[in-house]
Write a protein that binds this ligand. Structure first.
Ligand SMILES: CC(C)(COP(=O)(O)OP(=O)(O)OC[C@H]1O[C@@H](n2cnc3c(N)ncnc32)[C@H](O)[C@@H]1OP(=O)(O)O)[C@@H](O)C(=O)NCCC(=O)NCCS
Length: 290
């Protein structure tokens, strides 16, 4: 690392000021697959919303220059890499690997059982790094966009009603066989709940499904949609589609977006039925620490 001046050391994120992090993050992601640009406000909000622990997250310093960063989020015994990046000019020199090893050491010191992350399926450099450090693919998730929602039709015996986002959060555990991706989990949603709305699907007096969504400008952001596994595969898809379409009618947006929803199951089928298209495929990866 001497060619760029100074020795390389890893410090906790809490030692580095927010404006420095913003500059580092935006440089690292400047030639990314999708446009990602943070501001001090949005990065600070991300850190809080995703339960990032600044003392356990890491920044690589080359001399005094911040060279790379990894954000570690923690919920109970579960950890999450909320983002990692190395300054463009310094990529491919081992800094990313050093950072991730340190973050995983911190995660193990915290007694975490596992650490997950999402990575764009085409980001082979990052995937190679993660595999090298023991991460394996858990499932695929997708980013979806929609310009016009088709009417998914009524589902016999099911009615749809408005609800508060906070009210439906306990259902996430009950209706999802696997937790939603980190940023769509109840802990993230709860922190945004004042800006979000929800719909529930009811059948025979019981709640059998929900959708949580919010407005982002003229767009509608769908954060989660889930239906009880008791409904059976086909009905599950139809109820999910009815919820998504009702959310659309309720918001009347110019565009719809959904991030990191599971692929290969009823949620993806429901989105497609409503006119959504997948714009990006990601892998959710996990490493077990004990
Ligand atoms: C992905 C990223 C964090 C990796 O950090 P890095 O410092 O460039 O990676 P390292 O030099 O530590 O390399 C570690 C491993 O990554 C893989 N890797 C890194 N650069 C690579 C390249 N150009 N081609 C193929 N594999 C590569 C290799 O497995 C490498 O190990 P090896 O040299 O023993 O084969 C960095 O490239 C980056 O910031 N990219 C832009 C932002 C991004 O994609 N972040 C990840 C989002 S999930």
């Amino acid at each position: 690392m001497s060619e760029c001046g100074g020795t390389l050391r890893i410090v906790p994120l809490s030692d580095v000021n927010l404006h420095t992090l913003v500059d580092l993050f935006n440089d690292a992601y400047s030639q990314y697959y999708v446009e990602i640009k943070v501001t001090p406000e949005s990065l600070d909000a991300l850190i809080r919303r995703e339960d990032v622990i600044p003392e356990s997250s890491c920044v690589a310093l080359l001399g005094t220059m911040p060279a790379g960063v990894v954000f570690l989020g923690v919920r109970g015994e579960r950890g999450y890499i909320c983002g990692m990046g190395v300054r463009q000019a310094l990529q491919g020199k081992g800094i990313g690997e050093l950072l991730m090893r340190e973050a995983l050491r911190n995660a193990a010191d915290l007694g975490l059982a596992n650490v997950t992350l999402e990575v764009i399926d085409a980001n082979f450099r990052a995937i190679r790094l993660y595999r090298k450090l023991g991460f394996v693919r858990l499932r695929d998730v997708g980013v979806f966009a929609c310009e016009f929602s088709c009417d998914a039709g009524r589902v016999e015996g099911v009615s749809i009603a408005g609800a508060r986002a906070l009210e439906v959060l306990p259902l996430a555990d009950k209706f999802n066989e696997m937790l939603p991706a980190w940023q769509n989990q109840p802990q993230s949603i709860a922190k945004m709940s004042r800006r979000l709305e929800a719909l529930v699907a009811q059948s025979r007096g019981a709640t059998v499904g929900y959708a949580v969504f919010g407005a982002a400008g003229d767009d509608m952001l769908l954060l989660d949609v889930a239906v009880s596994p008791r409904e059976g595969a086909d009905r599950r898809k139809s109820i999910a589609a009815a919820l998504v379409h009702s959310a659309w009618m309720h918001n009347n947006p110019s565009k719809g977006r959904a991030f990191n929803l599971p692929l290969g199951g009823y949620q993806e089928q429901a989105l497609i039925e409503c006119g959504y298209e997948m714009t990006l495929k990601l892998q959710e990866m996990v490493v077990c620490l004990r």
